[in-house]
Design a protein around this ligand. Sequence first.
Ligand SMILES: O=C(O)CCC(=O)C(=O)O
Length: 235
Amino acid sequence: MTARVLSLFGSGPPRVSPRPEFVRHQLDPCCWVDYGHGFLTGGDTLFDRMVAELPWDQGRRLMYGTWHDEPRLTARLDLDDAAVPPVVDEAVAVLSERYRRRFHGLFCNYYRGPDDGVAWHADRIGRQAVDPLVAIISLGGPRRFVMRSMKADDAGTDAQPGPARASVRWLMHSGDLLVMGGATQHHWEHAVPKVKRAPARISLTTRAGFDRDRGVEPDAGGPDSDTAVGVGQVG
Ligand SMILES: O=C(O)CCC(=O)C(=O)O
């Protein structure tokens, strides 16, 4: 396992930033990402606590007839579970208020080092709900998070290459937040690639889609973002 890089704002008690700033990246006309640098302070403290206290599970996948360990550990919690630290409840409340959507569940992923990762995929909630929101808080790290469009998937031929797919990447630092919204789960994929070197990282993922209580989508929209920038210049 690679030594963890302590970030400037990562130590100290975990807190939601009192004035979180979100930058909107418009991926295409109907898909967007809001990025919140330093959404949480004390991310490394929270990382240590979650590594020690969460009920981590080693998932297994059947691939070509053989079972393989997933290259990360996972823990799946309800938001009202006693194992969810109050600062995470507070973070989810901030998200619910900002997007006026109810978030459900906390899916935690523990990437122990560079050999852990998750391959290209769109979240399953995109098959169950129209325009779901997927919010990811990163703890520890930093670690690269990449996205690519599912469109223009025409690789062409060697002689005549097809159009390149739009892609974008972020280096997520401890306490950063990334929210995928609009039609992103229908038109874009994301991944946390395996790399040569990477410190351990946890991602906390919560999603808003179908409203279980009302049986309808309460509000498909979100607030306007503080800043809008295009694809490709983040890193
Ligand atoms: O760890 C992350 O940042 C992404 C996790 C993810 O994409 C997933 O679990 O579906």
